[in-house]
Design a protein around this ligand. Structure first.
Ligand code: ZN
Length: 242
């Protein structure tokens, strides 16, 4: 189980679709009666940071994808769903059964290539990959980036709003909501060539890359709120440090 759990460290994202952006829409009046001018929808904000957010790597973990338009409106740079077929069919894997979040060292996956292209065009300073843990009992973060402490700061800022897992288990066991692989463990994943989006981003862009997890059993509204709050708090902390 130890070796298998090593593989489950990462969570990733690919996206064949870019996600919609909100566009202001003005409707033509239908009659000469009182013309109601609708409030303009928020203009699509241009990304204001080099934080990159990825959603929908696992199609049965949709909360990140479900808040994607809100993240766009907040000015985040978002790519998703990385696994469009999985989102459409409520399946973790790609249509051929491959776990996208294990396939970032492999050739021949359009979904992997799409994520890599997006990252190349939008090099992340910090990456947040939004997932859910179907078996999770509390929220947790998996931070790829051994020398950073931002994930701990995010958890500290949110621990009164959400319940974090005191002993989260991924590839390795963490504590107080945080799983933090060592440099040696990350190098091991690269050597084995079985890794996902976040480890790929860490290895190729020298950025801290965090897999954001919450229990799949949480109500949908809570899962969506959690994803949004993690992104907002991460941006505040990240900006304050630059
Ligand atoms: Zn996942």
């Amino acid at each position: 189980m130890k070796a298998l759990s090593l593989f489950s460290l990462m969570v990733v994202a690919l996206a064949a679709c870019g996600g919609s952006r909100l566009a202001p829409r003005v409707e033509a009046p239908q009659d000469p009666e009182p013309v109601v001018v609708p409030e303009p929808a928020p203009a699509p904000a241009q990304p204001t940071t080099d934080i990159v957010i990825t959603t929908g790597v696992h199609g049965n973990e949709p909360s990140g994808w479900l808040v994607q338009d809100q993240l766009f409106a907040l000015g985040f740079n978002v790519f998703g769903p990385c696994n469009p077929w999985g989102i459409q069919n409520n399946k973790r894997e790609l249509e051929d059964g491959t776990d996208l979040n294990r396939a970032f060292a492999w050739e021949g996956y359009a979904e992997v290539d799409a994520v890599k292209k997006f990252l190349e065009e939008n090099p992340p300073g910090l990456l947040l990959d939004l997932h859910e843990d179907p078996n999770g009992t509390g929220a947790y973060l998996i931070q790829n980036g051994p020398d950073d402490d931002i994930a701990r700061a995010i958890i500290d800022a949110l621990k009164d709003e959400f319940e974090f897992d005191p002993e989260p288990r991924s590839v390795i066991t963490g504590e107080n909501g945080l799983v933090k692989p060592t440099l040696q463990q990350l190098r091991g994943l690269l050597f084995l060539k079985v890794y996902g989006l976040a480890v790929y981003a860490w290895a190729n862009y020298a950025c801290t890359a965090i897999v954001v997890e919450c229990p799949g059993a949480w109500p949908e509204d809570k899962r969506k709120r959690y994803q949004l709050r993690v992104c907002e708090v991460a941006r505040e902390i990240y900006a304050a440090r630059r």
